[in-house]
Design a protein around this ligand. Structure first.
Ligand SMILES: [Zn+2]
Ligand SMILES: [Zn+2]
Ligand SMILES: [Zn+2]
Ligand SMILES: [Zn+2]
Ligand SMILES: [Zn+2]
Ligand SMILES: [Zn+2]
Length: 255
């Protein structure tokens, strides 16, 4: 402990954490992961004031509504939990990946959605597909009597029927909403092989199995678009604005 008093740096409390937080601006090279959404954190954020505590939150995660009505689960509202309800992790019902930070949870149905997944765009464009893809809240194979599974057109893995899909109905083309989903300025994962992939590779190999690393790749794609957009909207409006997100007439196809 130094005797030097910190300059006037207001701290704030957040119910997700025991220590006070302060404003903080994160640079890309800091490689910080938000403790709430577990995605990359660049830009305005909150940071724990304790020196040895690695607790960070996006501003947008700091301001998440305690409860939200979500199109994917219309029967019940989803409640924001600051830690997984079933121990140290949960499986996200949107992307199928693990989570260990915040979740939007329906306790009655044990339905959980990453807070990052809860606010992904309803349509995305990808360079390798001519049409916009629309977010749907289960695979097109759901309920098929022959038991056929939908296969992600990027990673070519079976998708369980309740996962969300970015889908083009016209071409019957669809992708997972996690790292298989890419946005305009993002190289598709598939068909690399040029030898330039993974340059820098700071994190190292086995890391890709950790939730944080997976989420990192998701966030890289989403970062500029979803997070910043959302943050701006949240800042501009009250929490009620979140609900309006779902009423935007963005959908091209109706299910
Ligand atoms: Zn976050
Ligand atoms: Zn702390
Ligand atoms: Zn998810
Ligand atoms: Zn429910
Ligand atoms: Zn996939
Ligand atoms: Zn198409």
């Amino acid at each position: 402990m130094t005797s030097k008093k910190p300059v006037n740096r207001p701290s704030v409390r957040h119910p997700s954490h025991n220590h006070p937080l302060r404003l903080f601006k994160s640079q890309e090279e800091d490689e910080i992961i938000c403790s709430g959404c577990e995605l990359n954190l660049i830009g305005q954020a909150f940071k724990c004031t304790k020196k040895d505590c690695d607790y960070f939150l996006h501003k947008s995660c700091f301001d998440l509504p305690r409860e939200t009505k979500h199109k994917s689960h219309s029967d019940h509202p989803l409640t924001l939990l600051h830690s997984p309800p079933y121990g140290h992790s949960y499986t996200c019902d949107a992307c199928g990946q693990y989570g260990s930070g915040f979740t939007y949870n329906c306790s009655e149905c044990q339905y959980d959605v990453h807070v990052g997944c809860a606010f992904i765009p309803e349509t995305v464009k990808r360079e390798d597909h001519d049409h916009p893809l629309t977010l749907v809240y289960n695979t097109p194979c759901k309920g098929r009597e022959d038991g056929a599974m939908f296969i992600c057109d990027v990673c070519e893995e079976d998708m369980s029927e309740n996962l969300w899909v970015y889908y083009c109905k016209e071409c019957d083309y669809g992708t997972h909403v996690h790292s298989c989903a890419v946005y305009e300025d993002h190289q598709p994962k598939k068909g690399g092989g040029g030898g330039e992939e993974g340059r820098g590779g700071g994190g190292g190999g086995g890391e890709s199995s950790s939730a944080a690393a997976r989420m990192k790749s998701l966030m890289k794609a989403q970062d500029e678009m979803a997070a910043l957009q959302l943050e701006a909207r949240i800042r501009k409006n009250t929490n009620d604005a979140i609900l309006e997100l779902w009423d935007e007439p963005k959908r091209r196809y109706y299910w």
